[in-house]
Design a protein around this ligand. Structure first.
Ligand code: SF4
Ligand code: SF4
Length: 290
């Protein structure tokens, strides 16, 4: 099974398991920002921060949720973005045809043949988002936290596509289980559909969860993509860019510091030389910075 399929299954399990388990075991129904028991923030660290800022108090369960997320990100990086978040899959679903043609175009332009023929190793390509960069996502994060403190409730959760996805699932469950109808079953899918179709670059431009995870992920040192220089075609002078072209985060796996890496594995799948792996600790031999 390839990594893309595994990621899809993981995201589906994450999306379905949380509301189904919670509702089966009567642990609560959650709300727009959280899901769980008595307002327990079990999913979203930004929601937990917003809730605490809104209530102007420390909630132990919220702190535990944030601590758990920080620990997970320090070990696995931004793995939640690629392996658990439903939003990229919703976007893929609604732009399937366009995506297919883009993939076939990139697969044919990944390796552009040999360079002038000197046989010398080419420098790494470099990704547009290598390194830690503060961008519009971090502004959205600051706005989400600030507005929660001002208005006293998690404002951003009203439009968060991840929260909306879970809210819709919970609403559908209630419809069938308790025959409860609510306007939310109409309004929330419409908002989600608008976000999926209008905000194509949500993950890289707007998502405050991605912004928060990228800050913590700066400390991630494990399971980073590692390029074996003995296998990489660029070492022979072949102007290969397949890994960089395949990366949804616009990163170069040759680079030392790529906190935006979500460990999606698309660079490894695209590499014609099978030169990319995800070792526990990246060996220094493949640790070349751009
Ligand atoms: S560097 Fe590789 S694993 Fe990391 S986000 Fe890019 S394609 Fe995915
Ligand atoms: S790691 Fe693989 S895809 Fe990337 S430049 Fe080297 S050979 Fe090409």
């Amino acid at each position: 099974m390839n990594m893309k399929r595994m990621r899809g299954i993981c995201a589906l399990v994450a999306v379905l398991a949380i509301p189904i388990l919670g509702l089966l075991f009567h642990t609560g129904t959650g709300n727009l920002s959280v899901f769980g028991i008595d307002g327990l923030a079990v999913i979203c660290p930004v929601g937990a921060l917003e809730a605490m800022l809104g209530s102007k108090g420390i909630v132990l369960r919220g702190v535990l949720c944030i601590a758990l997320t920080v620990a997970l990100v320090l070990v696995f990086g931004k793995v939640l973005c690629a392996w658990a978040c439903p939003f990229p899959w919703l976007q893929k679903f609604f732009r399937r045809k366009k995506r297919r043609s883009a993939v076939s175009a990139s697969s044919t332009s990944g390796c552009s043949g040999h360079c002038a023929g000197c046989g010398k190793a080419l420098p790494p390509v470099g990704g547009k988002r290598d390194g830690l960069r503060l961008d519009s996502r971090h502004l959205v994060l600051a706005g989400a936290l600030g507005s929660s403190a001002i208005f006293g409730f998690p404002v951003f959760c009203l439009v968060c596509p991840i929260g909306l996805t879970f809210t819709i699932l919970i609403g559908v469950w209630h419809l069938f289980a308790f025959n409860e109808t609510t306007w939310g079953l109409v309004v929330f899918p419409v908002i989600l559909l608008l976000e999926v179709t209008l905000f194509r670059k949500w993950c890289t431009r707007f998502c405050p969860v991605s912004a928060l995870l990228s800050l913590v992920s700066s400390g991630n040192r494990l399971f980073r993509p590692s390029v074996n220089p003995q296998l990489c075609l660029r070492e022979d002078g072949t102007d290969c860019r397949a890994c960089v072209n395949a990366c949804p985060e616009k990163l170069d796996p040759h680079s030392d510091f790529i906190p935006e890496c979500s460990k999606c594995g698309q660079c490894a799948s695209a590499c014609p030389a099978k030169a990319i792996t995800f070792p526990l600790v990246r060996p220094s031999a493949g640790n070349k910075s751009k």
